[in-house]
Design a protein. Structure first.
Ligand code: B12
Ligand code: SF4
Length: 499
């Protein structure tokens, strides 16, 4: 079968990185394992409109990934494809997986979306492909209408699937259990991406070849439940690949693909320290530690110690992020971070002491935040003094506790899902004393106060990478002062451009 997997065009209003979509890379690898002819169409890096490609490729099955801000583009893409080619269209990803808000139904209600896969998609995707292939066998002429015929109802029982039959009925099958054995999954199909069109993992900081930067997952899920974190796909059950399985993939990137950096995208890679120690041992023993690697999304500050950090450093870890979120002790409790300031401070001190660079993620405008508590967040960022401080405006994503609180007691200011992109100066909501005005003021202040410090500027300009990325760095600096103009322009460009 010919299978098309799409990342809808969605440029961010920040100078962020563009990396191959790991979720699509896993799905594509599953399709290849089945023997399908697979194309990944990442509209962010392609030159031609997807409709032209579809008319040429004539896929039997189309899958579109979507997070919350991307959902409109996903629908526009699905609609445009249906207009030129009769094919079943399946949506998957974090947005459509939020059953609590009926966001699977929100999509299948659209005439141009047939199915939604909720949660981790690999096994459901293969089951859909198997059933479709079976269906196509006896039918020389195909129509999606026949495929979704309620009399046949071939999708009944496919776990993790929501779908619409031609009589307009919406169906939600039971959830699928998370992938139990992560070692059984194939490696992400990087060979299907136009790798030379992507940036490296942290382009504002490193001047590296994007075509040789690879992301990996060594574990999935997170046992914590922070109030702001959208976890519709990755469940509370944390699962890990075996260290040996991780190292085999790592070796492939370093030895076969000449990787210049590796990014670990796990939600919480350090849940089990013994596993990380074993991975470090194997990286060193296999001489893979000369290629720098990064914990891109952060590790938990409450589960690090000096021996582990030293071992990680010896194994090649260059930089790690930590989700700090707030500098206010009471707020840390309210968001259920299950860490206190002292623990976070110690983690930063130890990480710097062993020579690993740090990134701090901070949130401005948590429900209940006041000017004082937000100032504490800025002050804490300055005290921790990471290489990069990433302040984001609190964005209540559907399915999170914060979203429920705002829905009940606050007021959303977002007009549509597209507005839920953060890294922009506009407040997304208001609640109690956490007004939009104060959030916006403190957000601007956070960037100014952190980045325009003489100490910080001096440190950065001594760094060669800073000068190699001078254009990008200048744009980022400009945006800390004038971000709103940029966002309007980017949103216009995105909605007006062809799909
Ligand atoms: C790495 C990452 C990024 C990277 C790279 C994204 C990329 N190209 O892959 C960057 C930094 C660019 C990024 C940006 C953003 N991200 Co991000 N990101 C992640 C992170 C940490 C890992 C993504 C990943 O690789 N997951 C592993 C793969 C295997 O999972 P997956 O992609 O979800 O795919 C699986 C399923 O969702 C499903 N599936 C997905 N698509 C499809 C399609 C079909 C057809 C099917 C059948 C199944 C299916 O099957 C896949 C395999 O199991 C996740 C957190 C997380 N744990 O997933 C957040 C996360 C996805 N990001 C999030 C957000 C909010 C953003 C931003 C909007 C933030 C912003 N700056 O404004 C942007 C949007 C970017 C964009 N262009 O759309 C949220 C999404 C929440 C939501 N409700 O949408 C998440 C969940 C973080 C969180 N916990 O809050 N992100
Ligand atoms: S923010 Fe990090 S630690 Fe908290 S629930 Fe999300 S992934 Fe887990």
């Amino acid at each position: 079968m010919r299978v098309l997997l799409i990342n809808p065009k969605f440029r961010l209003p920040i100078d962020t990185r563009t990396t191959p979509h790991l979720g699509l890379a896993y799905l594509a690898a599953m399709s290849e394992r089945r023997g399908d002819e697979v194309v990944i169409f990442d509209a962010d890096v392609e030159d031609e409109p997807v409709t032209e490609f579809v008319q040429r490729f004539r896929p039997h099955l189309v899958g579109i990934t979507t997070n919350t801000p991307q959902i409109f583009q996903a629908w526009r893409t699905a609609k445009a494809i249906k207009e030129v080619h009769d094919v079943p269209i399946v949506l998957g990803g974090p947005h459509v997986s939020v059953v609590a808000e009926n966001l699977d139904f929100e999509s299948i209600e659209k005439p141009y979306v047939d199915m939604v896969v909720r949660g981790e998609g690999e096994e459901t995707w293969v089951e859909i492909s198997d059933k479709l292939e079976e269906f196509l066998k006896d039918r020389p002429t195909f129509s999606t209408e026949a495929l979704m015929d309620p009399a046949l109802d071939i999708w009944k029982g496919v776990e993790g699937l929501s779908y619409k039959t031609t009589d307009g009925e919406l169906h939600r099958n039971p959830d699928r259990a998370p992938v139990a054995d992560l070692d059984s999954l194939p490696w992400p199909a990087y060979h299907l991406f136009k790798m030379d069109r992507y940036t490296n993992l942290q382009p504002a900081t490193d001047h590296l070849d994007g075509s040789r930067s690879f992301s990996m997952l060594t574990s999935r899920g997170c046992p914590y439940r922070c109030a702001f974190c959208s976890q519709s796909v990755m469940p509370i059950k944390w699962r890990a690949r075996s260290p040996e399985n991780v190292i085999e993939e790592w070796r492939h990137y370093v030895e076969d693909l000449d990787a210049v950096e590796i990014g670990i995208l796990d939600d919480t890679a350090n849940v089990r320290k013994d596993r990380l120690h074993k991975i470090c041992d194997l990286l060193i023993a296999n001489n893979l530690n000369h290629v720098p690697w990064i914990f891109v999304n952060g590790i938990r500050a409450n589960i690090v110690d000096e021996p582990l950090l030293r071992h990680l450093k010896a194994a090649g870890l260059k930089r790690t992020a930590y989700g700090v979120e707030t500098g206010d002790e009471a707020m840390l409790k309210r968001i259920q971070k299950r860490e206190d300031k002292e623990t976070i401070k110690r983690a930063f001190e130890l990480t710097k002491k062993v020579g690993i660079e740090t990134i701090g993620f901070f949130i401005i405008g948590l429900p209940g935040d006041t000017e004082e508590t937000m100032q504490r967040t800025i002050d804490f960022a300055i005290e921790l003094d990471p290489l990069i401080a990433n302040f984001s405006m609190m964005t209540p994503y559907p399915g999170t506790l914060v979203y429920q609180i705002v829905k009940k007691e606050g007021r959303f200011l977002m007009k549509d899902w597209e507005d839920s992109v953060f890294f922009d100066t506009r407040a997304r909501y208001e609640i109690w004393d956490t007004t939009a005005e104060i959030q916006e003021k403190m957000y601007r202040k956070a960037y100014r106060q952190f980045y325009w410090r003489p100490k910080y500027i001096l440190r950065r300009i001594k760094d060669l990478d800073f000068w190699l990325n001078i254009g990008r760095n200048a744009r980022i600096a400009y945006r800390t002062v004038f971000p709103r103009v940029e966002k309007e322009e980017l949103k216009r460009q995105m909605t007006e451009s062809s799909i």
